[in-house]
Design a protein around this ligand. Structure first.
Ligand code: NAD
Length: 444
């Protein structure tokens, strides 16, 4: 098949590459000329395990092309995927300007039948807006062209995006023209849908809302556990024992019940907010979602509170070693990352940060620029030098079993604030550390 994918970010690049990998011809279109130029040289601007190699192979085979030329891409392909960002507006609603820009471009360029597949996360009713925008562009040109808009939300996780895309749990298809669209979508996804049928066909509005419901329930599980962790901390119980105790019930399960220093990333915070906004517009009071969001805001402050309490409010001139900047392991994405809230609070109180992250330091440097209160270090060990304490924010594998003697020898004080509950509190205390975790018995 011949496919255009608009947006070469985490979703678009993975989508385009995976479609090319199974033999399709894919044009990845982006408005960011610098990004396109670097992709054309085979340089993948994001960290996603396995992606760079697949991009290179498919480019070499001539199946994957990167371009800013939307007109050519639209003309040459029947399928148009929209995978541009839908960032939060100030009021929490999803900003649809990029999605509608793509719709306008498609309407300006199309000369024959197109299937427009929306993979961006968009509020209910967006497919209608996409359809209207395309139709308006066609009307302006005085051209009559048939097209269908399909909602096909993407469920991939950064860090495991290739696996998720090529072996999806489900492929949600929202359409108002199933007779025509289902065979096309079945063909498009056939290589990833071989063992049992994962296509779930529904109406467009249900598909749009499915994506928000999925992210909202995952965020709810995290905030729920963080709230139980607060209780555990105050009553001298251990949330990690509780996690094992409840996760073993198959009705609850072990996924997404890890307590921590709050969820971040480019999806959960913005999608929960956008869903709240949608409900508010309808006069619905989303008590659960409001609480999920409020608990998370509070949880993102928890490491700072513990650090501030430990140092009795004396943070001026203190130096904190920070392990982990990415919002989760195996990505370089720092959008809404808890590390940022923490660093910003520490800086506000006059502290310095020496940070290490295996992948997210270039993005951190790009975002914050050169500043005297942030030192990005080449190794986790270098970040410890002369620091007053160690803070763990992201659960990268390489932080799981560090050399504790080295840590103790290089910190000014043997203190660890662990936002991801990586270590056994008793073992660390036996080694002479003051160890603060999340919900593990010790009060803030
Ligand atoms: P991103 O910010 O990484 O990438 C978006 C890209 O779109 C950028 O490269 C930008 O330059 C480009 N763009 C903007 N306007 C454009 C236009 N008119 N034409 C072509 N390109 C344009 O975004 P992302 O993380 O890939 O997310 C994309 C969408 O997918 C969002 O709606 C997001 O909520 C959703 N989503 C993201 C994830 C994830 O893990 N990141 C997972 C599932 C769904």
């Amino acid at each position: 098949m011949r496919i255009s994918v608009f947006g070469s970010g985490y979703v678009g690049l993975v989508t385009g590459t995976c479609f090319a990998e199974v033999g399709n011809h894919v044009w990845c279109v982006d408005v960011d000329a610098q990004k396109v130029a670097s992709l054309q040289q085979g340089k993948v601007p994001i960290h996603e395990p396995g992606l760079a190699a697949l991009v290179t192979t498919n480019m070499a085979m001539g199946r994957l092309q990167f371009t800013t030329d939307a007109a050519q891409a639209v003309k040459q392909s029947e399928i148009q995927c929209i995978a541009v960002g839908t960032p939060p507006d100030e009021d929490g609603s999803a900003d649809l300007q990029y999605v509608l820009q793509v719709a306008h471009t498609i309407g300006q360029q199309m000369t024959d039948y197109k299937v427009i597949i929306d993979k961006s996360t968009v509020p209910v009713g967006t497919a209608d807006k996409v359809r209207e925008t395309i139709q308006a562009a066609l009307n302006t040109r005085g051209v009559g062209c048939d097209f269908d808009v399909v909602s096909n939300p993407e469920f991939l996780k950064e860090g495991a995006a290739l696996e998720d895309f090529t072996r999806p749990d489900r492929i949600v298809i929202g359409t108002d023209n199933p007779d025509k669209i289902i065979p096309i979508m079945r063909e498009l996804y056939a290589p990833f849908n071989r063992n049992h049928n994962k296509l779930i066909v529904m109406d467009i509005r249900s598909a749009e809302l499915t994506k928000y419901a999925a992210n909202a329930i995952l965020a709810t599980k995290i905030s729920f556990m963080n709230e139980i962790a607060l209780i555990a901390e105050q009553v001298g119980a251990d949330i990690e024992q509780i996690r094992l105790g409840i996760g073993s019930d198959p009705r609850i399960g072990f996924h997404f019940i890890y307590p921590g220093c709050g969820y971040g990333g480019s999806c959960f915070p913005k999608d929960v907010q956008a869903l709240i906004y949608t409900a508010q517009q309808l006069g619905i009071n989303t008590r659960i979602l409001n609480a999920v969001e409020a608990v998370n805001q509070q949880q993102q402050q928890i490491l700072f509170q513990k650090i501030n309490n430990h140092f009795q409010g004396q943070l001026q001139g203190r130096c904190l070693a920070l392990w982990g900047l990415a919002f989760k392991p195996d990505t370089d994405d720092i959008r809404e990352a808890p590390s940022r809230k923490l660093m910003e609070a520490l800086w506000k109180h006059g502290a310095l940060v020496q940070a290490y992250d295996p992948e997210a330091m270039p993005e951190t440097r790009r975002l914050y620029g050169e500043r005297t209160d942030l030192l990005l270090c080449d190794t986790p060990e270098a970040a410890l030098q002369n620091a007053d304490a160690l803070v763990i924010v992201t659960e990268w594998k390489l932080f799981r079993s560090p050399n504790f003697d080295f840590i103790k020898a290089h910190l000014k004080h043997p203190v660890i604030f662990d936002g991801r509950n990586l270590y056994d509190p008793q073992r660390l205390r036996n080694r002479g550390f003051t160890y603060y975790a999340i919900g593990r018995g010790e009060k803030i």
